[in-house]
Design a protein around this ligand. Structure first.
Ligand code: NAD
Ligand code: TDX
Length: 358
């Protein structure tokens, strides 16, 4: 029986990862969700598993060493999966400091506590592993139509967010290289799917379209992102934890590059094709909502992941193609209006007004 300590388990990818584990392993795993519940953390995401005896929620801050030490004393942790982070690039441009605190110092803290509890006289307890959930953004930006990020591509972050994630990766590497600490790093492309907070492109556009609000496209709308359905990311993480050699770094992505403007038009078209003719929510939806706004500062032009290594070593491949995944995602948001209402009340409105002035 493996015990997973999942940080940031109340966020978008973390909650999808926990639901994936529960579905895949049933009662044969223990899951400890460690989350401080920032604006991005939402325990509603985990309602379907919260009563299970092998699921435990612990409200704790990854920057707080004594809180983490208590948790490692309470649970015999086999795997640490570190999702907890400040994750939104636009917020990092406005307020970089919290990104350094959570993403860099939080990672160092978690690494150090894991090292302390897993150390033996001559190394580390067998079967233990730490996985750093990183991002393709640490590699920087590619030109319009050429090239891919490989694991060997030098790190060249541009935004405060990606700088903090790259720094965290270097600390993980330092622990692996210096102490032989058992860890892996995964670097995934843009995720989409259920439970994503509507500050990010896809859920923001769905929410705005349904409410007849403008659809704010940054710059010329031709920046490219490489989209992966969140469950495929969850599967990759678990595979790396269980099967990869420690010390290895893996890119995760499915060769699904799309310009932002293409994503926005796909969302409009899909909404119109899935909503019944007599559904009131159709009335607002139109291409006229698309509004080009000021570009993001330092906006990375293109991300594209080469996933060859994870395919070759671990036989990972993305199971959900984009046409299927985006439809499933849109249907999920249509079926979860209450969830969207809850997360867009309160702090979200202030954020939206300060950020967009629309
Ligand atoms: P998210 O913002 O939806 O969730 C982050 C979670 O971390 C929230 O539940 C929040 O409450 C928690 N958290 C924040 N600060 C904390 C702290 N100090 N202590 C404990 N918990 C804290 O983020 P996400 O989109 O699910 O991303 C998860 C991870 O995956 C991040 O590390 C991110 O860098 C990485 N990643 C994200 C994507 C993507 O497309 N979203 C792609 C690649 C990698
Ligand atoms: O309103 C918007 N308009 C717009 O044009 C928003 C929110 C975004 N965009 C553009 C900016 C990007 O080119 O869409 C693209 C995607 O933006 P985000 O959803 O903010 O994602 P991105 O900046 O690419 O970063 C994401 O992928 C990598 C995640 O937020 C990160 O956590 C992850 O590491």
């Amino acid at each position: 029986m493996k015990t997973y300590l999942v940080t940031g388990g109340a966020g978008f990818i973390g909650s999808n990862f926990i639901l994936y584990l529960m579905e895949k392993y049933g009662d044969s795993v223990e899951v400890v969700n460690v989350d401080s519940l920032t604006y991005a953390g939402n325990l509603k995401n985990l309602e379907s598993v919260e009563k299970r005896s092998n699921y435990h929620f612990e409200k704790a801050d990854v920057c707080n060493r004594s809180e983490l030490e208590e948790l490692f004393s309470k649970y015999d942790v086999d795997y640490v999966v570190h999702f907890a982070a400040e994750s939104h690039v636009d917020r990092s441009i406005r307020d970089p400091e919290i990104f350094a605190r959570t993403n860099v110092l939080g990672t160092m803290n978690l690494l150090d506590v894991s090292k302390k509890f897993w150390s033996t006289e001559d190394g580390f307890l067998p079967g233990k592993k730490y996985l750093q959930v990183s991002t393709d953004e640490v590699y920087g930006s590619l030109s319009e139509e050429e090239g891919y990020f490989y694991e060997t591509t030098p790190l060249d972050p541009h935004s405060p967010y990606s700088a903090s994630k790259a720094s965290a990766d270097f600390f993980v590497k330092a622990y692996m290289d210096t102490y032989g600490f058992p860890a892996n790093i995964t670097r995934c492309s843009n995720n989409y799917g259920p439970y994503q907070f509507p500050e990010k492109l896809i859920p923001l556009m769905i929410h705005n379209a349904l409410n007849g609000h403008k659809l704010p496209v940054y710059g010329d709308g031709k920046n490219v992102r490489d989209w992966l359905y969140v469950e495929d990311h969850a599967k990759a993480i678990d595979l790396v934890l269980r099967e990869a050699r420690t010390g290895e770094i893996y890119n995760v992505g499915g060769h699904n590059e799309k310009k932002n403007i293409e994503i926005v038009t796909i969302i409009i078209d899909t909404l119109l094709s899935v909503l019944p003719e007599d559904d009131n929510r159709r009335k607002h939806i139109s291409y006229d909502l698309i509004t080009y706004v000021e570009d993001r500062k330092g906006h990375d032009r293109r991300y594209a992941i080469a996933p060859d290594k994870i395919k070759k070593d671990l036989s990972w491949y993305p199971e959900t193609d984009f046409a299927t995944g985006i439809r499933k995602t849109i249907v999920w948001y249509l079926d979860h209006e209450e969830w969207m209402k809850q997360v867009t009340s309160g702090e979200y409105r202030n954020y939206y007004e300060t950020m967009y002035h629309l």
